[in-house]
Design a binder for this molecule. Structure first.
Ligand code: MG
Length: 159
């Protein structure tokens, strides 16, 4: 049985008057992400990890933000498409592990729902999806609340 690991990272700027979608959940916040899509960095990092593991390019090559079709698209739809792309190549998700880096707001109350949403989209049980969140101790752009970063690792296996 073949296995493949994949890694993804995404960063978006934060600004007032924008929404903060993370892991498919709308999170109350004074700052939100600036993006062509809904700016859900966690879902974007997960998409890139899935596509990378299956050697299917990246989110930008599959869903170009210059295309009207993908402008302001719900990132949950992108994740669903990535899931179908890898499934079409015979891959299933063993597990996904992710880390969010941002100073505020506190993410812990939303983590279980994020895991359920992402697992549901990928058609796997929530115990295969792990989200962690950390601050950067006020260091760097995350610490200054100029941006948010997400990292994702996935393991795929060939059915
Ligand atoms: Mg992005």
């Amino acid at each position: 049985m073949g296995q493949r690991i994949g890694f993804g990272v995404d960063v978006h700027r934060l600004a007032p008057g924008e929404t903060l979608w993370l892991g498919g959940i709308l999170i109350p916040s004074d700052l939100g992400t600036v993006a062509h899509s809904d700016g859900d960095v966690l879902l974007h990092a997960l998409c890139d990890a899935l596509l990378g593991a299956a050697k299917l390019g990246d989110i930008g090559s599959n869903f170009p933000d210059t295309s009207g079709e993908f402008k302001d698209i719900d990132s949950k739809e992108l994740l669903g498409r990535c899931g179908r792309l890898i499934a079409g190549q015979g891959w299933s998700v063993v597990n996904a592990d992710m880390t969010l880096c941002l100073q505020q707001p506190r993410i812990r109350p939303y983590i279980a729902r994020m895991e359920e949403v992402m697992a549901g989209i990928l058609g796997i049980s929530a115990d295969r999806v792990s989200v962690k969140a950390t601050t950067t101790e006020k260091l760097g752009y995350e610490g200054r609340r100029e941006g948010v970063t997400a990292y994702a690792v996935v393991l795929l296996e060939n059915r």
